[in-house]
Design a protein around this ligand. Structure first.
Ligand SMILES: Nc1ncnc2c1ncn2[C@@H]1O[C@H](COP(=O)(O)OP(=O)(O)OP(=O)(O)O)[C@@H](O)[C@H]1O
Length: 299
């Protein structure tokens, strides 16, 4: 892929075709469906036993991406760390709503949430980072980002059964192994940002630049494209990248092998590179959020 630090977690989810999120926060009345009748009165429907599907469906919860039970996608060994590509995780059956430009994840099935044990392990790992962060001053943008991430602390569904002690141990071990691997990959992930860039004059890729259409890429990305000899964008890349760079939501459709991966990969990378100076100055001492993107896949 890139000779660049492309990175982390791109999750795949369902785009919310199924099931709408509950609007209010109130709990539904068990066994009763309340609905407004034609003259504005509350109509009680007769009590019917719940089907299995209805029993599994819980009240919708809005949760942070970190609370979702993402499943890692195996990346073939021969790709090593995929030249800095940190990982790919996916989840099915989660609705996504964009509110004020930010994704909200709506869960109706508790199996799509991390268990208490997994969350505890993650909290411990965050604690290590926070200690490091406290040792130095904070950049305002990052502070805000971290604050946003702390918002809406999710406390779990009321009726999630406590896992058995044995399961708990296994979960902890698995989470701890994953944490070790994540830290190792994170160390590598930005190494290539330190590579000296060639002079701008050495990169000659006019087909990748169209200021009128909003196609302007960083020297880092152009350098990577140049070394891959990707001298021009494919049609899907040409049409979607400028829009995604503007922060627009894009739905693209193109045949297999047409370059869709870079069509969304380049805008994710560019967004991250725009913070590059900050990353270079702060990576050693503080946590920098890895670039991540959510990619929706239709089956
Ligand atoms: N601009 C480009 N110029 C030349 N080769 C490219 C370009 N963009 C991508 N490629 C290469 O084309 C191949 C197919 O690209 P890619 O896997 O992204 O296609 P895709 O549309 O995502 O396919 P699929 O639907 O199977 O996932 C890859 O080997 C990729 O490295």
């Amino acid at each position: 892929m890139f000779h660049k630090p492309v990175k982390k977690t791109a999750g795949k989810g369902n785009s919310g075709a199924k099931g709408k999120p509950a609007k209010g926060k109130g709990k539904p009345v068990k066994g009763k469906t309340l609905k407004k009748g034609p003259i504005g009165k509350v109509v009680k429907k007769s009590k019917k036993p719940q089907t299995l599907k209805q029993q599994q469906k819980l009240e919708s919860k809005v949760v942070k991406a970190g609370n979702l039970n993402w499943k890692p996608v195996e990346i073939p060994d021969n790709l090593d760390d995929y030249e800095g590509f940190y990982g790919l995780e996916e989840i099915d059956g989660v609705d996504v709503k964009i509110v004020d430009g930010k994704a909200e994840f709506i869960v109706q099935d508790k199996r799509n949430l991390k268990t208490e044990a997994q969350l505890e392990e993650l909290e411990k790992a965050d604690g290590v980072w926070e200690d490091k962060e406290n040792k130095e001053g904070n950049d305002k943008e990052d502070e805000k980002e971290l604050e946003d991430e702390d918002e809406e602390e999710f406390t779990g569904f009321d009726d999630i059964a406590e896992p058995k002690a044995q399961d708990n141990q296994k979960e902890r071990r698995r989470a701890s192994n994953k944490q070790d691997k994540d830290e190792e990959l994170l160390q590598n992930a930005f190494k290539q940002l330190d590579l000296p860039l060639p002079d701008d004059d050495d990169i000659d890729l006019p087909a990748w630049t169209d200021q009128e259409k909003g196609l302007e890429l960083s020297a880092y990305t152009l350098n990577g494209l140049s070394s891959l000899k990707f001298n021009q964008p494919t049609p899907i890349q040409k049409r979607t990248i400028p829009l995604a760079l503007q922060g627009k939501d894009v739905i693209g459709k193109a045949t297999t092998g047409s370059g869709k991966t870079l069509a969304y990969g380049i805008p994710i990378l560019e967004k991250h590179i725009s913070k590059i100076n900050h990353i270079k100055n702060n990576l050693k001492n503080k946590k920098v959020n890895s670039p991540s993107g959510i990619i929706f896949r239709s089956n």
